[in-house]
Design a protein around this ligand. Structure first.
Ligand SMILES: [Zn+2]
Length: 276
């Protein structure tokens, strides 16, 4: 069984403030350390449960956060490092038997959720797919679903675990490493305790995936209506220049299609334009 891990930083053990996830800030070193801590615990749990190989995609910001020299596994573990990548947070997912989203965070606008945002905190107000508002968990799970790849594990704060469970049902394994007490404050498990939680959850996720019990997100009949609302109309002006988009109102553009991979690429392009 081959496991794909999309690793973000905001949902890692002990990470509570944006500064800890920002490479321009001195607190960033801590964020990298804890992201690596959580990823390693998940890999250990997956391998202990019999996963044959693990491919990790560094999925946060510049995507060079994980120090490959600190991994310490054999040649059955690999790391995709750097950006830009065609599929961003799920680059490399397509050859896996199951996906894990590690260190994830809740969608923009979630109350009491650590560093809640959707793809770009500065540009994106909300994203909806076929009328349902989704965060990064839902959008990336939808890309996996088009190839029939299940999402077996989500780790992060209590808010993202709840968001993921609501979306994917009880077949999904979640591992909660902290409970937010605000956007930039949380009650956190200590690293030793969270490592145990993450290892156990990863092992259980591998077992469920092997038994065919991990959920594939329901993406309907395969026709997609993706709407992105930006924080302001100037950002929308920039995004709406891209051919194939339809401007719905001051802050919202819409794209439609039948391929979720293309929809994700459109979303990445629109957000990149809006944030420029
Ligand atoms: Zn991130």
């Amino acid at each position: 069984m081959k496991i794909f891990i999309s690793a973000d930083m905001e949902g890692a053990t002990g990470v509570v403030r944006v500064a800890q996830t920002d490479h321009r800030e001195k607190e960033y070193e801590f964020g990298c350390k804890m992201m690596l801590h959580d990823v390693k615990a998940v890999i250990e749990g997956a391998l202990a449960a019999g996963a044959d190989s693990v491919l990790v995609n560094d999925s946060h910001w510049r995507m060079i956060n994980l120090d490959i020299s600190e991994f310490g596994f054999g040649d059955n573990v690999r790391l995709i490092s750097g950006s830009a990548k065609l599929l961003c947070m799920v680059e490399g997912f397509d050859t896996a038997d199951a996906a894990f989203f590690v260190g994830y965070h809740a969608m923009a606008g979630t109350a009491c959720a650590t560093i809640d945002h959707t793809m770009s905190g500065s540009a994106v107000y909300s994203v909806t797919l076929n009328g349902k508002e989704l965060g990064e968990t839902g959008l990336n799970a939808a890309v996996c679903a088009q190839r029939n790849i299940p999402l077996a594990l989500v780790t992060g704060d209590a808010a993202v675990c709840a968001e993921a469970s609501e979306l994917l049902g009880c077949g999904l394994v979640t591992a909660c490493v902290k409970e937010a007490r605000g956007r930039e404050a949380a009650e956190c498990l200590l690293p030793e305790a969270s490592a145990d939680v993450l290892r156990e959850a990863a092992s259980e996720a591998v077992q469920r995936a092997r038994a065919g019990k991990s959920p594939v997100m329901d993406i309907g009949d395969g026709s997609f209506d993706l709407r992105i609302a930006f924080h302001n109309s100037k950002q929308c002006d920039e995004a709406a220049i891209l051919p194939g988009t339809e401007r719905l109102d001051g802050r919202t553009v819409r794209v439609t299609g039948r391929d979720m991979t293309d929809m994700m690429r459109m979303a990445l392009s629109l957000i990149s334009l809006a944030a420029s």
